[in-house]
Design a protein around this ligand. Structure first.
Ligand code: GAR
Length: 173
């Protein structure tokens, strides 16, 4: 069975979308925040979960190997010494990179006034939101669209696209 580690620091809605979508994949949830809601989701989905500091991750990923590590709302830059132990590591970002890197990307795009934004799935490198792009999906911003509506649309798109991309990568496509 393929092994997938999902790392998140917060709400965990993408973790839940991925876990519900994938079949016959061994998943582990890892959070750097002991009080993150993603851990509650892991509990009710019956998925093993761990709380690890970034420092503890180096040893963990040296000793535990995965077919893929997927970041889903993991809000830390992972240094090279840890990345090199993880194997393939991908991230989901809520904008069309290279536009609007970093935090609050949906808000950055909305306030800038772009007419098209979207999501990006990319390889993780030690440089923020900069690795090779694997997939992107656009979201049109209508003139009448409120910020909340855009945020909701982006999340809906993330919950559909990210699980599909992860499945393809796990299948070697
Ligand atoms: C998602 O919108 C994801 O794109 C974003 O954090 C949110 C996590 O939501 N990631 C980044 O901004 C990474 N730079 P979730 O915890 O409900 O899955």
């Amino acid at each position: 069975m393929k092994k997938l580690a999902i790392l998140g620091s917060g709400f965990g809605s993408n973790f839940e979308a991925i876990a519900r979508y994938l079949k016959d994949v061994e998943i582990i949830c890892i959070s750097d925040k002991p009080d993150a809601y993603i851990l509650k989701r892991a509990e009710y989905l019956n998925i093993p979960a761990l709380v690890l500091t970034l420092d503890e991750m180096e040893k963990y990923f040296s000793e535990n190997k995965f077919d893929l590590v997927a970041l889903a709302g993991f809000m830390r830059i992972i240094p090279e010494n840890i990345l090199s132990k993880m194997g393939r590591c991908i991230n989901l970002h809520p904008s069309i990179l290279p536009a609007f890197k970093g935090k609050d990307a949906i808000k950055q795009a909305y306030l800038y006034g772009v007419k098209v934004t979207g999501i990006t799935i990319h390889e993780v490198t030690p440089e923020l939101d900069s690795g090779r792009i694997i997939a992107q999906y656009p979201v049109i911003i209508n003139d009448s669209m409120h910020y909340d509506e855009l945020e909701e649309t982006i999340h809906r798109v993330e919950h559909i696209i990210y699980p599909q991309v992860i499945e393809k990568l796990l299948n070697g496509e």
